[in-house]
Design a protein around this ligand. Structure first.
Ligand SMILES: NC(=O)c1ccc[n+]([C@@H]2O[C@H](COP(=O)([O-])OP(=O)(O)OC[C@H]3O[C@@H](n4cnc5c(N)ncnc54)[C@H](O)[C@@H]3O)[C@@H](O)[C@H]2O)c1
Length: 434
């Protein structure tokens, strides 16, 4: 099938590469010339495990084409995916500006009856706006589909290739048939393709992110309570996760959720609901709990070191989670700005996100080539992101290199007992200190 994907960011690039991998001819179009130039040379703008070989192979075999010529991409397509950004507007609602710009172009340049798929996360009711923008220009019939994306950065290729489910919001048999065909290679093991109306599909994406953000904030609050009441959140997590009604995933406390999706989607959902007079009290609380959680590591550091002015701190991890270089809404940014505000100097390391962090933070902090180098002259280590390489470091070396053996662990990576034996002053989230 001839497919075009408009917007070649985290989502568009993964979708385009994976659809090419199953034999479709895919044009990935973007207005960012530098990004497209890089991709033509197999230089990926993002860090995403497993994506580079897919891009390279499918480009070589001419099934994957990168272009800034949106008109050509639309003209040749039987199906167009819209995968541009939907950043939060000033009031928290999702800004549909880019989606609607693309919809207008699709209407103007389409050359045949086609399916127009919204992959971007958009508020309920957006399909009607997309449809109206297309219809203003279109000379051919078209079929809308809302196909929200549930991939996780860091596991994006695997998630797209082997989805838990595919959600298709459609209003015509034509769209249902075409979209089911496109996804059939990805659901051969029997994972469901859930066909529904368009509004429900749009809502499903927000509800999923709202639920996941809720679990995170809930566990963060329980962990903070464990801290105060002398319980250990590791036991509590296992104790509740073993209940099949609850399940084990998304129960790890941390320094707050970040990234390009949860913060903006929770905001947009709350805004959407308030516009139709439905209060979402739970999600409003989830958001404020998350804002508060981003301050927890700094408070723990203050408790461990006393006055922070003039201290130096090593940060391990800048990306909002392991496996990605994405710094959007990363808790590390709040931590850095709070520490700088208290007169702390910082040396940070991240295996993937330092380039992005340099753009955002400039020379306000130092960057180290290795995680151990970041420790030199530091009064404490703060672990912010749960990268694999931070999980089992050479603790003797850590202790030797730090000025004083203090670790504040925002991801509960280390064994409390072991830290005690090593003589490390160790503080994690919701567990006893050493
Ligand atoms: N990142 C994720 O993990 C994730 C997961 C699921 C859903 N989503 C949703 O998918 C959408 C895209 O997210 P992303 O993270 O890929 O964004 P992104 O910012 O990484 O990429 C968006 C791309 O669209 C391009 N673009 C903007 N306007 C354009 C236009 N008029 N024509 C062509 N290209 C244009 C930009 O240059 C950029 O390359 C958002 O709605 C997001 O909420 C993201």
């Amino acid at each position: 099938m001839n497919i075009s994907v408009i917007g070649t960011g985290y989502v568009g690039l993964v979708v385009g590469a994976c659809l090419a991998e199953t034999g479709n001819t895919v044009k990935c179009a973007d207005i960012d010339q530098a990004k497209i130039d890089g991709l033509r040379n197999n230089v990926l703008p993002i860090y995403e495990p497993g994506l580079e070989p897919l891009v390279e192979r499918n480009q070589k075999e001419e099934r994957l084409i990168f272009t800034t010529d949106l008109r050509d991409a639309i003209e040749s397509a039987e199906v167009v995916f819209i995968a541009v950004g939907t950043p939060p507007g000033e009031d928290g609602s999702a800004d549909l500006k880019y989606v609607l710009q693309v919809a207008t172009l699709i209407g103007r340049h389409m050359m045949r009856e086609m399916v127009i798929v919204t992959k971007s996360t958009v508020p309920v009711g957006s399909a009607a706006k997309v449809g109206a923008a297309v219809a203003k220009e279109a000379k051919f019939p078209f079929h809308l589909c809302s196909n929200p994306e549930f991939l996780k950065e860091g596991d994006a290729v695997e998630d797209f290739m082997r989805p838990d489910r595919v959600v298709l919001g459609v209003a015509s048999d034509f769209a249902r048939r075409v979209m089911t065909e496109i996804y059939s290679p990805f659901v051969r093991t029997g994972k469901p393709v859930l066909i529904m109306d368009i509004s429900s599909a749009e809502m499903t994406k927000y509800a999923a992110n709202g639920m996941l953000a809720t679990r995170i904030s809930f566990m963060n609050e329980i962990a903070n309570l464990c801290d105060k009441m002398g319980a250990n959140v590791d036991f509590v997590r296992r104790g509740i996760g073993s209940d099949s009604r609850i399940g084990q995933s998304f129960l790890f406390p941390g320094p707050g959720y970040g990234g390009s999706c949860f913060p903006k989607d929770v905001k947009a959902l709350v805004k959407m609901a308030s516009e139709c007079g439905v209060p979402l009290d739970v999600l409003t609380a989830v958001e404020s709990a998350n804002d508060r959680q981003k301050t927890v590591l700094v408070s723990k550091l203050r408790a461990a070191l006393g006055d922070l002015k003039g201290k130096r701190v090593a940060l391990w991890g800048l990306a909002f989670k392991a496996g990605t270089d994405d710094m959007r809404e990363a808790p590390a940014l709040s931590i850095v700005s709070a520490l700088l505000g208290e007169g702390v100097s910082i040396c940070a390391h991240d295996p993937a996100a330092m380039e992005h962090a340099r753009v955002l933070l400039g020379n306000r902090i130092d960057f180290a080539e290795t995680n151990y180098e970041a420790l030199t002259g530091a009064d404490a280590l703060v672990v912010v992101t749960d990268w694999m390489e931070y999980r089992h470091p050479d603790f003797e070396r850590v202790k030797r290199t730090l000025k004083q053996p203090v670790i504040v662990d925002g991801r509960n990576l280390y064994d409390v007992e072991k830290m005690r034996e090593l003589g490390v002053r160790y503080h994690s989230i919701g567990r006893p200190s050493a």
